[in-house]
Design a protein around this ligand. Structure first.
Ligand SMILES: CC(C)(COP(=O)(O)OP(=O)(O)OC[C@H]1O[C@@H](n2cnc3c(N)ncnc32)[C@H](O)[C@@H]1OP(=O)(O)O)[C@@H](O)C(=O)NCCC(=O)NCCS
Length: 164
């Protein structure tokens, strides 16, 4: 399995339905425009039987870090850092959910961010979990920020340790 950059001339975005319309609409309307403007990158996991069919996708970009919301030890360690990697969206089509594709996409996204951080260093990866998906991220080592409901982070050091 492999992810490829979203190609709106190839990938059937209208057929994708993960059950959350905000995520479906992002893929349909925004993802390609945002990539063209170099604001985000969206990666697609295609169905091997039909490459136009989207099994799942994720979107990556950078985001400011709220240092005050990090645990004290990390605040000290990263006090001069301003940005973190952001998994801005991640979703699997409802027909393919519960088969391990979400886990596979998350690990693929973390690998890409780890590689990016080797060149342009940043200390954490952040995700905004949609309703009900917080535990999905927690089981892979993400921790909720202080005082936030659904924003979670994992350090690049932890990603490196678990993926290498
Ligand atoms: C959340 C989502 C990405 C998970 O993808 P998936 O392919 O169904 O998940 P997987 O089959 O890879 O499951 C991996 C593990 O996560 C667990 N899991 C799946 N969805 C979960 C959720 N919403 N909350 C908590 N755990 C979840 C599974 O039980 C599994 O754990 P197990 O191995 O102990 O059984 C997918 O259901 C989805 O796209 N949902 C709608 C959009 C959404 O909520 N996106 C979240 C990002 S904001």
């Amino acid at each position: 399995m492999n992810t490829v950059l979203l190609d709106k001339s190839k990938h059937n975005r209208n057929r994708f339905d993960c059950g959350i319309s905000a995520l479906n609409n992002y893929l349909k309307v925004m993802a390609s425009q945002q990539a063209k403007k170099d604001n985000t990158r969206t990666f697609i996991l295609e169905d091997d039987n039909d490459e136009s069919r989207i099994i799942g996708f994720y979107t990556l970009t950078m985001t400011p870090i709220d240092l005050n919301a990090l645990p004290d030890k990390l605040q000290k360690k990263h006090h001069s850092s301003t940005s973190g990697g952001l998994i801005a969206r991640l979703a699997v089509d409802a027909n393919f959910q519960g088969k391990g594709f979400g886990e596979w996409l998350l690990i693929d996204a973390l690998r890409k961010l780890l590689t990016a951080s080797d060149t342009v260093a940043f200390p954490v990866v952040i995700v905004d979990a949609k309703d009900g998906a917080k535990h999905f991220y927690e089981q892979y080592g993400f921790t909720a920020f202080k005082d936030t409901e659904n924003r979670l982070f994992i350090t690049i050091a932890d990603i490196r340790a678990s993926l290498s």
